[in-house]
Design a protein around this ligand. Structure first.
Ligand SMILES: Nc1nc2c(ncn2[C@@H]2O[C@H](COP(=O)(O)OP(=O)(O)OP(=O)(O)O)[C@@H](O)[C@H]2O)c(=O)[nH]1
Length: 312
């Protein structure tokens, strides 16, 4: 009959530590591993037998070179390791999260014991981290949906309100110019009347897409009403705003807008009102009111034109 191992406390502790999914290691004052379980060893990409007796720096260097075990985000290993040692010597206990190349995550605790020994143990928090990541991604998707116009895919009114607060604050703080365009497709009601609501939707989608191709990354195109759009133009003065508005107006005029379900194209025009931030402005309301007033003037003057707000 096989001899049963003696149930000493040490034997039991080893059994327990070898069977838990968490990481457990003890290092001596020279930072050599005197005991560790398989999980601890795997965080350096080696077996328990290979890890015992090896120096902490050596193990980390194996992980760094072999692209396995703990993820070490550093350009230079030695500089990174020197910093690590400094922190470990100055704080008797520390907690940190550590991710592995294979996707595992550990919540690590390092404690300096008596006689220079060091205990390192890590609780597997991979599931928690994955759940956290999924929640963050879901939140980002919700945030994106809440700020996006479903028909055209551009920023909606809510996003416009949020972006305008940010842009106005930034323009005031850094003394930069900020312009606003209010765009309204001309005779849009007759597009709906002649080609159906579906045709009108096709035009709105194509209009947003076309405008997007004519703007810079830092400009924000927003659908703020049925057929009314606004463009926030950060760091754009009067001359820049005029040039962008005219670019949009002339491209729209020349563009053939496809009506998908009718298999035909139509031509449309757009009227544009321009305003820009002035010292007395307190928020987007004043800026938008002036751009709208200029837009109203453009409509009154015969449409298909760009007008800058003027109080006279
Ligand atoms: N297809 C479609 N039509 C919309 C949408 N939102 C608003 N509209 C229509 O847009 C039209 C806007 O018409 P009006 O405000 O009278 O203006 P207009 O015909 O464009 O004339 P002007 O602006 O004066 O050139 C209305 O008929 C709305 O029903 C939408 O999401 N899809």
């Amino acid at each position: 009959m096989a001899k049963q191992p003696e149930m000493t406390l040490e034997f039991l502790f080893r059994e327990v530590l070898d069977s838990v999914p968490d990481s457990f290691g003890i290092l001596n004052s020279d930072r050599n591993v005197v005991y560790c379980n398989d999980t601890f060893a795997s965080t350096f990409g080696v077996s328990k037998e290979e890890a015992i007796g090896k120096n902490h720096k050596e193990l980390l260097e194996i992980a760094w070179n072999s692209n396995s075990g703990v993820n070490i985000e550093a350009d230079d290993f030695s500089t990174w390791f020197d910093e690590l040692i400094k922190t470990q010597q100055s704080t008797p206990i520390s907690h940190f999260e550590s991710d592995m190349k294979d996707g595992r995550w550990y919540k690590m605790t390092r404690i300096n014991l008596k006689n220079g020994y060091m205990l390192a143990f890590g609780v597997d928090i991979t599931d928690l981290k994955n759940t956290q990541k999924s929640l963050e991604e879901a939140n980002q998707r919700i945030e994106h949906l809440a700020n996006t116009d479903q028909l055209t895919g551009v920023n909606n009114r809510r996003a416009f309100d949020l972006l305008s607060v940010q842009e106005i604050e930034r323009a005031i703080r850094y003394r930069q110019s900020l312009s606003l365009l209010a765009l309204d497709i001309d005779f849009f009601k007759s597009i709906n009347d002649n080609y159906g609501h579906e045709g009108g939707d096709d035009v709105l989608r194509e209009f947003a897409r076309l405008c997007g191709t004519l703007l810079r990354q830092s400009d924000s195109l927003c659908r703020i009403g049925g057929e009314e759009f606004a463009v926030l133009l950060p760091m754009s003065d009067r001359a820049a705003a005029h040039s962008i508005a005219e670019r949009i107006r002339s491209h729209v005029e020349k563009h053939a807008f496809p009506l998908i379900h009718l298999n035909q194209t139509i031509n449309i025009t757009v009227s544009v009102g321009i305003s820009y931030l002035i010292d007395t402005d307190r928020g987007i309301k004043e800026l938008l009111a002036r751009a709208d007033s200029a837009l109203y003037q453009a409509k009154g003057n015969g449409r298909n034109q760009v007008i800058e707000f003027s109080p006279f």
